[in-house]
Design a protein around this ligand. Structure first.
Ligand code: 0CM
Ligand code: SF4
Length: 316
């Protein structure tokens, strides 16, 4: 039986970013240096496949520092941790390595600087996400107010509208954040902040790329995990950009083939924590069912690389 034709629009950039690559390498290096088990507080990046492969090599994933024995190294995930966590690890004289993405650390530093200058902080982010918890946890309790939506901006109660600054989560929707920042600047004209927001290059580029393909796609799949903020944003961006059937899939086995019956085009992209092997797997699954022509749509080139510490040391 001949297979029906299908145009597969493949977004670029997609998949791993420099912060994810670095965080995974840190776990691998720690395993080499100290042997198994090495503990990792929270999923190193939000991807089950990545976590399972590191677990197979001897990494043990836990949610709290209390779940780590004091005599084994512990790594903090790419999303960052509240200040109290490394402080507690140091108090327990544990060996710890911080795999926080440098672009998240940059936001931590920004928040600390504004606080030192006497400003109260507003964070634009998603409640309960580890990056939001980590960034808010850089300052004393109550010093960072969280807003998630334009509506929240109208209700937030600040100490002094003249003494305010804002930071954002790195993986937000660029377009939604523009509106929230505009609402903040409108209500608090004196608010200090980054030029635009703190959304990272990888998040921005992946959203731009998905916008470029979405209008041409009958359906679109984002390879990524349900707890991955940047991946979930890609689904929303694709829907808003003109592809109503946009779905998140962890891997090929999660694809709802019945829902794709009759399509002539499909878009494929992946969140910053999704390995390329899973994208290949998804493309292969399409090739098994359709006569696929892949069209690569590249909206930016990335050459960002973050140095991995060559020697993993006990921090001072
Ligand atoms: O923050 P998010 O949930 O998107 O995390 P992730 O692990 O999916 O992606 C990489 C990062 C960071 C910080
Ligand atoms: Fe860093 Fe952005 Fe990647 Fe998160 S998505 S790890 S902030 S580069």
């Amino acid at each position: 039986m001949t297979k029906p034709p299908l145009t597969l629009y493949l977004a670029a950039p997609r998949g791993f970013c420099a912060g994810v690559d670095r965080a995974i390498k840190i776990v691998e290096m720690a395993l080499q240096k100290w042997g198994a088990p090495v503990y990792v507080r929270h999923e190193i990046v939000h991807n089950k496949f990545v976590v399972d492969s590191l677990r197979d090599q001897g990494a043990v994933f836990v949610e709290e520092l209390d779940d780590c024995p004091v005599d084994r190294p512990v790594i903090f995930s790419a999303h960052g941790v509240p200040k109290a966590i490394p402080a507690e690890a140091a108090r327990r004289e544990m060996v710890y390595v911080d795999a926080t993405c440098p672009l998240v650390s940059k936001v931590h530093i920004e928040a600390a600087r504004h606080h030192e200058n006497g400003l109260q902080m507003i964070m634009i982010g998603h409640a309960g996400h580890p990056e939001t918890i980590g960034t808010m946890g850089q300052l004393p309790e109550g010093e960072v107010l969280l807003v998630e939506t334009v509506e929240d901006v109208a209700h937030v109660e600040v100490r002094d509208p003249q003494q305010l600054a804002f930071v954002t989560q790195t993986t937000l929707s660029v377009d939604d954040t523009i509106d929230i920042v505009a609402a903040l600047r409108d209500r608090f004209p004196a608010i200090v902040g980054p030029h635009k927001e703190d959304i990272c290059y990888a998040t921005t580029n992946r959203q731009e790329a998905v916008k470029a393909i979405a209008p041409d796609c009958d359906a679109l799949l984002v390879v990524g995990a349900p707890n991955s903020s940047n991946s979930r944003r890609l689904v929303e961006v694709a829907r808003k950009a003109g592809c109503p059937y946009s779905q998140l899939v962890m891997r090929a086995e999660n694809i709802d083939w019945r829902a794709l019956e009759g399509i002539a085009s499909i878009g494929v992209t992946a969140g910053a924590s999704a390995p390329e092997v899973l994208i290949d797997e998804v493309i292969d699954a399409f090739r098994a069912r359709w006569d696929v022509t892949v069209k690569l749509v590249e909206t930016a080139q990335e050459n960002v690389e973050f140095k991995v510490p060559r020697v993993l040391r006990i921090p001072a």
